[in-house]
Structure formats: structure tokens, C-alpha cells
Design a protein around this ligand. Structure first.
Ligand SMILES: Cc1cc2nc3c(=O)[nH]c(=O)nc-3n(C[C@H](O)[C@H](O)[C@H](O)COP(=O)(O)O)c2cc1C
Length: 199
């Protein structure tokens, strides 16, 4: 059975480096027989931005946020995929606020049992990040990578990352960089088989 992968797009820029490299990643994953969908995490409508910590999701038996908006419905739908891949630029050593709203709502996909252990339907899935940035890894993109790695660990997900530090500022230069394009393509192929390796 083919892997169901969703790319959660975190770049607010339509014609930027993140969307370009994530489209390369998506095409190569599709070429390797993954079923690839994309959620534009920067465009989801909401009644309340992010999470207000009301705790109602933890009291309910459902794994969903109680706020009736697109952000909640889309977040609840993440459980339908084998591979969740964030594609994001680095903003201030992290990911953009638009994406953070969805990550915060992902609290609704978690419950804590009496011993405080995390129960989540995301357990056993793959949580990945592909990120671009203008500066280097140290004290910068490594912090973003570490955040998603810690999130994956907490959710008992398998973690993969593909980081593009010092990305060319000019998209036409990036489009001609076969090394970076190959790296994004390889990551797509890896994610298309990551779940199988895990099992
Ligand atoms: C608000 C903002 C903050 C940024 N902060 C960082 C940063 O902390 N580290 C970094 O390497 N690049 C940073 N950048 C540069 C972007 O990560 C980089 O240009 C990225 O490739 C943009 O992706 P895009 O082309 O998809 O928009 C920042 C850009 C913006 C607009």
C-alpha cells in the first residue's frame, strides 16, 4: 500500500524557495508511489488564532479542537496520513507564526493518561521537516530542526529532516542549483518509504 504523505506548507511566500523545494520533494515522493497531499498552513481560516488553552479537547474523547473553524478541522485530519512533513522557511530561528497556529492546535491530538504519558493517534507516524533559511545551521536552523525533533519524540513519531541553510536569495539561482534540487528530491524519496522502514 502506498504511503499517504501530507506536506504542511508554512511559507507565506507564493514563489519562494520553500515552495519550490517542497514541490521538488512532492514530485519525487509521487514518483516513488507515495500519495501526496498539501495543506497550505498559511491560509487556513480561524475564529481564534492558535490555541487559547481552554483544555476542552483534553476533556473530550475526540481527538479534535472544539473551536468550529477550518484550522481545527484541518488539524484533526492530520491523523489520516502516514507521513506529516512541514515545509517551512526559518523565521527568527523558528517557523512562521502561521504554522505555529496549527502546531499549537495539534495539542488537541494529544491526551495524557493517569501516569502522564502521551496518548495520540499520531504515534508511530513520521513527522518530518524540510526548511530553508538564509543563514547557517548553528544558533539558527538547528534550533528549528530541534523543535520539530522534540515534537516528534514527544508524539512517538519517527523523525526526519532536510535543512537548506544559506539558501540562495534569488529563486533563479536556486532553480539552477542541481545539488539542492537533488537533495530535496532525495528527501521526497526517503519520506515515501520512511513508514515502511519504521514498520
Ligand atoms: C521574518 C523573517 C525572519 C527570518 N529569520 C531568519 C532566521 O532566523 N534565520 C535564517 O536563516 N533566515 C531567516 N529568514 C530568511 C528566510 O528563512 C529565507 O529567506 C527563506 O528561504 C524564505 O523562504 P521563502 O522563499 O519560502 O519565503 C527570515 C525571513 C523573514 C521574512
Amino acid at each position: 500500500m502506498s504511503v499517504k504523505m501530507v506536506i504542511i506548507q508554512g511559507s507565506p511566500r507564493k514563489n519562494g524557495s520553500t515552495r519550490f523545494l517542497s514541490s521538488v520533494m512532492a514530485q519525487s515522493a509521487q514518483g516513488a508511489k507515495a500519495q501526496v497531499s498539501e495543506i497550505d498552513g498559511t491560509k487556513l481560516s480561524f475564529k481564534i488564532p492558535g490555541c487559547i488553552g481552554c483544555g476542552s479537547c483534553h476533556e473530550s474523547e475526540q481527538y479534535s479542537c472544539v473551536v468550529d473553524d477550518e484550522l481545527a478541522k484541518t488539524t484533526a485530519g492530520l491523523v489520516n496520513y502516514d507521513v506529516l512533513a512541514f515545509a517551512t522557511p526559518t523565521y527568527w530561528m523558528s517557523y512562521p507564526a502561521q504554522l505555529k497556529m496549527m502546531v499549537d492546535r495539534m495539542g488537541s491530538l494529544v491526551k495524557f493518561d493517569q501516569s502522564g504519558s502521551v496518548q495520540t493517534p499520531l504515534s508511530g507516524k513520521v513527522l518530518a521537516v524540510m526548511a530553508t533559511g538564509n543563514d547557517g545551521m548553528e544558533d539558527n536552523m538547528a534550533l528549528l530542526e530541534g523543535q520539530v525533533k522534540s515534537l516528534a519524540h514527544m508524539l512517538s513519531c519517527q523523525f526526519h529532516s532536510c535543512m537548506f541553510p544559506n539558501i540562495p536569495r534569488d529563486l533563479s539561482t536556486l532553480r539552477e542549483d542541481s545539488r539542492l534540487i537533488e537533495k530535496a528530491g532525495e528527501f521526497g524519496r526517503l519520506l515515501s518509504t520512511a513508514k515502511e522502514h519504521h514498520l
